[in-house]
Design a protein around this ligand. Structure first.
Ligand code: NAD
Ligand code: MG
Length: 390
């Protein structure tokens, strides 16, 4: 029996993960569930999946969680606070950690799981963007296996049979749907609203990654993620816009072979790969009918209309603390955009403004990265409140 902890259980990835796990009661057991602040949803998931432990990250909500579990007649132990998430991620009774917290808030628990040698199903791409070297080193030292839960990186993982890229790989191409605003000019983008930005044409996802997909920052974060996971430099990582979102990425080998993974756009496939690897598990995802789909189109990304992709590439090339600054400024910008405080085009403007304020320096320790993250957030926050970027 594989004992699984789902961190970010109430979110889009968490929900998909629990759907796959519930299909395999003979081999998968939900041992712990964690969420940010939605106690009611967490208690409902506990009633359904009967974990041993439940964690709410907001520690003021401990009494609500404890009382909610008791009122539901559950034996599940209640915990609260961010440190309790890390404890669950490294608990000896847990084999597999699904890291599906959104944003840099997921770094510590993802790092704890890697450092404790778990099988880490890593959806929290921001942890890799922020502290990729530390994450990969921690996993290597502790013997943790990381399975990426991002459709593109999961596709590459499958094409490489779970191995590092090695000398046989020439290039990797990440596919991108292009998001809801593919084909629009920057002038047209000035007017888009949060409601339009979160309405993704192909994937159903949480609000932050939906906005990242609309700005193409998501693909930029994924370039950095791919660099750390597969060890290739930025110049051997391409982005290919593929509006149908059926080819999830491609690996080109030195002998001219190109391997790709295809499937319907549903994260349960990637989660089933992570839970079962190297075996295959049923995921509930239907078969891909290429005749019914008809076409597969590809086009280059429009870097002028979507400068976030350029900014992410530049941060990858600069290295050191640059990706941490990019990520922090982007989190602040996306949150302000979702609250209606800044416009869509202010997202790349704020990221660029913040990157310009902090020259990249070596990312030699977790403390350096944490301080950089906090300083970049302060800088971006004050640029919004003083109207430097509106
Ligand atoms: P979501 O917003 O739907 O869910 C986020 C989850 O994180 C929720 O359970 C929330 O309670 C929890 N959370 C938020 N803040 C927290 C905190 N401070 N401490 C602990 N938990 C906290 O997001 P999502 O779309 O499921 O995305 C989760 C992660 O997976 C992101 O990093 C995203 O980039 C990545 N990802 C998502 C998809 C997708 O299809 N949704 C695809 C690829 C990668
Ligand atoms: Mg992706």
């Amino acid at each position: 029996m594989q004992h699984v902890a789902v961190l970010g259980a109430t979110g889009s990835i968490g929900t998909s993960a629990l759907d796959v796990i519930a299909r395999h009661p003979d081999r998968l057991h939900v041992s712990a569930l964690a969420a940010g602040s939605n106690v009611e949803a967490l208690v409902a998931l506990c009633a359904r999946h009967r974990p041993d432990d439940a964690v709410i990250a907001d520690d003021t909500l401990y009494p609500a969680l404890r009382d909610g579990l008791a009122a539901a007649g559950l034996q599940t132990r209640a915990h609260a606070g961010m440190a309790a998430l890390d404890d669950v991620a490294r608990a000896p009774g847990i084999d597999t950690v699904i890291a599906a917290v959104v944003g840099a808030a997921g770094l510590d628990s993802s790092l704890a799981a890697a450092g404790a040698g778990k099988r880490l199903l890593l959806a929290n791409k921001e942890a890799l963007v922020l502290a990729g070297e530390l994450m990969i080193d921690a996993a290597r030292e502790a013997g943790a296996s990381i399975v990426p839960i991002d459709s593109e990186h999961n596709a590459i993982f499958q094409c490489l049979h779970g191995q590092a890229a090695g000398s046989g790989v020439r290039r990797i191409a990440l596919t991108a749907s292009g998001g809801p605003f593919r084909g629009r000019s920057s002038t047209e983008l000035a007017q888009v609203t949060p409601a339009l930005a979160v309405a993704h044409p192909k994937w159903s996802m949480g609000p932050k990654i939906s906005v990242d997909s609309a700005t193409l920052m998501n693909k930029g974060l994924e370039l950095i993620e791919a660099h750390h996971l597969f060890g290739l430099p930025g110049e051997r990582l391409d982005v290919l816009v593929h509006p149908q979102s059926l080819v999830h990425s491609l690996v080109e080998f030195i002998d001219g072979s190109v391997l790709a993974q295809l499937g319907l756009p549903d994260m349960r496939t990637a989660l089933a790969v992570g839970l079962g690897w190297p075996e295959r598990l049923a995921s509930g995802v239907g078969a891909l009918d290429l005749l019914a789909q008809g076409r597969l189109d590809f086009e280059p990304p429009d870097i002028d209309a979507f400068p976030c992709l350029r900014l992410a590439r530049e941060s990858l090339e600069a290295g050191g603390t640059a990706p941490a600054i990019l990520n922090a400024a982007n989190e602040v910008a996306v949150s302000a955009f979702l609250q209606g405080r800044i416009g869509f085009l202010s997202i790349p403007a704020l990221v660029e403004h913040t990157l310009a304020a902090f020259p990249a320096s070596p990312a030699d320790s977790l403390d350096t990265l944490r301080e950089t993250d906090a300083a970049a957030r302060r800088h971006a926050g004050s640029a919004i409140s003083t109207g430097v970027v509106a």
